[in-house]
Design a binder for this molecule. Structure first.
Ligand code: 6AU
Length: 263
């Protein structure tokens, strides 16, 4: 398969950048390993927020199926902001079905996710056919697309806490490494830096919520959970000053990342 690339115009020359490399470049240039999990139900509010925190984040994650005002027009606005302020858009769809069904879910329906999301989250539970289905759909789009495989979850009692399962997920990622650029994880799963480890369950003040979410601090996420990217939601969304809090998580996160990963 061909590497997905983004064509960028620099001084009238078109340069193709694979999505994995683009992600790493964004992180370095912006000194940010912060992914804001914008779990809000209003896309207008997300658009507004993305302008406020866009310079602090390397990625914005949304759940399009919780939005009450979704439209392709609005999502295009968000995409334009993501290009202008240089962050990736992640749709946290958590695909989990057979190849044929995920192809339809990825390309059709109200959301037509493949048309705007740089990355999507995917459960490997159905086996490698799920990645094959998504990768096939992505090839019809003239822009780079990729996915993060959910290897481990942050919630209490998660059934992903199983060594054989996680091994299978890693094997699948290696086999489809053009499309799978990383993991949603709670530990370091590979010795090379090929795969980005993205870790949710990050909060400086809370240790959990009432529904099984479990939190660690940004430094613990990087040091003890092997994170490259910190996925932070309510710690920022519920704070009094979202922009200021995002900046705090960016600074603390990237400082710990530089120190611990020695990049
Ligand atoms: O920081 P929070 O707890 O407000 O939000 C965490 C976000 C939510 C979850 O749907 C998501 O991260 N998440 C995921 C993802 C990203 O796939 C996996 C997981 O194990 N735990 C988790 O919280 O949007």
């Amino acid at each position: 398969t061909q590497l997905p690339t983004l064509n960028i115009e620099i001084e009238n020359k078109t340069i193709s950048i694979p999505i994995r490399q683009r992600f790493q470049t964004i992180m370095k240039e912006k000194r940010s390993n912060l992914c804001l999990s914008a779990d809000l139900t209003n896309l207008d509010e997300i658009i507004k927020l993305s302008k406020q925190v866009g310079s602090n984040i390397c990625m914005l994650k949304i759940h399009s199926d919780i939005l009450t005002d979704f439209s392709m027009d609005k999502i295009q606005q968000l995409k334009d902001i993501s290009r202008k302020l240089n962050f990736l858009l992640l749709e946290d769809r958590k695909f989990a079905d057979i190849g044929n069904t995920v192809k339809l879910q990825y390309t059709k329906g109200l959301f037509r996710i493949v048309e705007w999301a740089d990355l999507v989250t995917v459960h490997a539970l159905p086996g490698e056919c799920i990645v094959q289905g998504l990768e096939q759909s992505a090839q019809s789009i003239n822009e780079p697309r990729g996915c993060l495989l959910i290897a481990q979850m942050s919630s209490k009692g998660a059934f992903t806490d199983n060594e054989d399962y996680v091994k299978g997920v890693v094997e699948c990622a290696k086999k489809y490494s053009d499309f799978v650029i990383g993991f949603i994880s709670q530990s370091r799963l590979t010795t090379t830096d090929e795969f980005l480890h993205c870790t949710p369950g990050v909060h400086l003040n809370n240790t959990g919520d009432q529904l099984g979410q479990q939190y660690v601090t940004p430094r613990q996420a990087i040091d003890e959970r092997g994170a490259d990217i910190l996925i932070v939601g309510r710690a920022i969304l519920d704070s009094i000053n979202r922009a200021k809090t995002a900046e705090e998580y960016q600074q603390q996160g990237y400082q710990a990342y530089e120190e611990i990963r020695k990049i």
